[in-house]
Design a protein around this ligand. Sequence first.
Ligand SMILES: [Cu+2]
Length: 274
Amino acid sequence: MRVFWCLVFLAVPILAVLSCIYAEDYGLWFPGEAETLLGKQIDDLFYMINIIVTVTFIGSNAGLCYVIWRASGKQEEGGKAWFCHGVHSLEVIWSIVPACILMFISLYQLDVWMQFRVRTNYPTEAAAKPVAEVTARQFEWRIRYPAPGKDLQLQPQPDDLYTVNDLHVPVNQPVMIQLRTIDVQHSFFVPDLRVKQDAIPGQVIPIWFNVLHNGEYDLTCAELCGWGHYKMRGRVVAEPVEDFQAYLVKLQAEQSYDGVANEDSPELAQSGEE
Ligand SMILES: [Cu+2]
């Protein structure tokens, strides 16, 4: 009976891994192919680090097994354990080798990090004209676009356009959004784009990405931000630039038709009510 339960519990992780491998649209490690160029580079970094970790894990465990096997035959008479003071040169080696590996990883990833996060390397046009401001709040994403033909300003403007949980961006070109939060810390996470950035109270944080294909991508919050964290999800819609412009015009028409006063939205955002 004990063997049966051991097999059952062992089967759970194995089946979980197999279901990931064979699930449609899902890979073993990632939810499908990266949909941004930078995302592909980030995946490559992940695979490289994964290989290093796997080799280290297997190597160190093989060493451990060897030592246990050797030491088990070296008991002194009377059943006392065999004790060794260690080997100085070996300790130097296993300090220097990991240090070198970590140094290599930190230098090797620098290029991707600089592209994604260092302001001087942001794509110039995208940085000059952010597409939208995304404001996280418990528990939704508020999106503010400038009126068609205008530039996004730091302060809300009377003709700005607002939506919730539905971020549209042009496809196949670098786009930048400005990320904020009006309450606690959240995290803007679009797994398919490999984009993840914490939203920090009091800061406006630029994020840029270049979506390669038209489509809808899940947007979730990756920072436990309160009881409704689980429902803090939206979508990123990547579409041709003409469709994006048409979307803004449609939004503008809807908002002036509804009398959704544009000036209401900032106050709504401040209310903090669900
Ligand atoms: Cu959140």
